[in-house]
Design a protein around this ligand. Structure first.
Ligand code: IFM
Length: 438
């Protein structure tokens, strides 16, 4: 059923796995600062050591190969590769060169993200994403690293989940830099997407690999059939899906965002929307759950979780049909929808090693059901080219620290021992069968 050129990969991100926070000239990032702020992260955890991948990358890549993935999605830590003077830091860059070379030797494709949330702290000190200049600093970084790594990358991603950077980081304070004002999230979103548009051009001038953006979406349902709840669901859906896709694919902001946050005006200047609407070679979609909402009694929405539904360790509702329905909706809404990769999908569970095994049946079931949803979307005409499980390894789950385990490979943080979970073994068996029948 899966075409042989459909890519199955695993994904990670620099801050969540690398550790080595002070090595080889890496500068502090906003997540180092956020983690060091009491009360921000569960148990006071941080990515200072994480999965120690910076020192264990060779065995981690060997495992990636052994499990049979076609591709690996990773991110580059901006503060590792660009110094205070804006020049490349060769020691940081070499780490990624070695890693990408090994992937190439192993015959696995590299999907490389430039920004998975670890903004250099010195740029935050000058306003971060609230300062328009950060978009230009991002494009400089893209241009330099694009030139340096040209030929080693199968696909570039400018930003991972700008929604989270903008809204969780600036509107709700649940992510770094920890600001909480919807006017900030609207401003940060504009500068992030401006940076994305500028970086698209910079990458294209440096390398020939396809360039895309990764957006996180979730399904949204109304808690009841009342007009107020349906209106709430319409706004929540626009906020989670269209507020990114409309800008990058249609070159305009969704009207619903003005209804939702009438006081927050994006700082658009002449020419910005054309830059933001740079054609995408592909769109990455990250999908995890459904959100059920009701009216907040005014002009907004609040969560109204359903009882009795299947949930993951995050408390997120497993709802694979939502992924299918959203993909089909996007195909109808955006005439210029590019090919899609599911760049993240997966779940957290409270996994333990018992006699050398990790029995994560819920994850295997969850993945199968989401594969089926992607297959159904493809049958309905959506051009999906690949799927990446989140995540290869258990890792630092941002404000939740290390308690939430998303890996198909278990990590013992005391010993750094890796143990493929049953879900990883099921994937491995599936990849082997697929290779035999291709
Ligand atoms: O761990 C994160 C990842 O960094 C971005 N997407 C969602 C994942 C699970 O929360």
């Amino acid at each position: 059923m899966w075409r042989r050129d459909f890519l199955f990969g695993a994904a990670t991100a620099a801050y969540q796995i690398e550790g080595a926070a002070g090595e080889d000239g890496r500068l502090p990032s906003i997540w180092d600062t956020y983690c060091a702020t009491p009360g921000r992260v569960v148990n006071g955890d941080s990515g200072a050591v994480a999965c120690d991948h910076y020192h264990r990358w060779e065995s981690d890549l060997a495992l990636l190969k052994q499990l049979g993935f076609d591709a690996y999605r990773l991110s580059i830590a901006w503060p590792r590769v660009i110094g205070l003077d804006g020049q490349l830091n060769p020691r940081g860059v070499d780490f990624y060169k070695r890693l990408l070379d090994r992937l190439q030797q192993q015959g696995q494709k590299a999907f490389v993200t430039l920004y998975h949330w670890d903004l250099p702290q010195h740029l935050q000190d000058r306003g971060g994403w609230l300062n328009r200049d950060t978009a230009h600093r991002f494009a400089d970084y893209a241009e330099r690293i694009g030139r340096e790594l040209a030929g080693r990358v199968s696909a570039w991603t400018t930003l991972n989940e700008p929604w989270c950077s903008a809204h969780l980081g600036h509107g709700e304070g649940r992510h770094a830099p920890g600001l909480a004002d919807t006017r900030y999230s609207v401003e940060a979103m504009h500068h992030l997407l401006l940076g994305h548009g500028l970086a698209c051009a910079a990458l294209r001038s440096s390398d020939r690999a396809p360039v895309g953006l990764v957006h996180n979406i979730n399904a949204v349902s109304a808690a009841s059939d009342s007009a107020a709840d349906r209106q709430a669901a319409r706004l929540a859906h626009a906020c989670s899906s269209h507020w990114v896709l409309d800008q990058v694919l249609l070159g305009r902001y969704p009207e619903a965002m003005r209804e939702l946050w009438p006081l927050a005006e994006p700082p658009v200047r002449d020419g910005d929307m054309e830059t933001i609407r740079a054609p995408l070679d592909y769109l990455g979609i990250n999908y995890y759950f459904r959100q059920v909402v009701k009216s907040d009694g005014a002009h907004g929405f609040v969560d109204a979780p359903l009882p009795g539904v299947e949930r993951t360790q995050m408390g997120w509702e497993a709802h694979p049909d939502g992924l299918r329905d959203l993909l089909v909706e996007f195909r109808q809404r955006y005439a210029n929808l590019p090919p899609i990769y599911i760049t993240e999908n997966g779940m957290a569970s409270d996994d333990h090693v018992q006699a050398g095994r990790v029995h994560d049946e819920q994850r295997t079931r969850y993945l199968k059901r989401h594969f089926a949803a992607v297959d159904e979307a493809m049958r309905q005409g959506v051009d999906v080219r690949g799927y990446f499980v989140w995540s290869l390894l258990d890792n630092f789950e941002w404000a939740f620290g290390y308690e939430k385990r998303f890996g198909v490979v278990h990590v013992d943080y005391q010993t750094q021992q890796r143990t493929p979970k049953d879900s990883a073994l099921a994937l491995q068996a599936f990849f082997t069968r697929r290779a035999q029948t291709a």
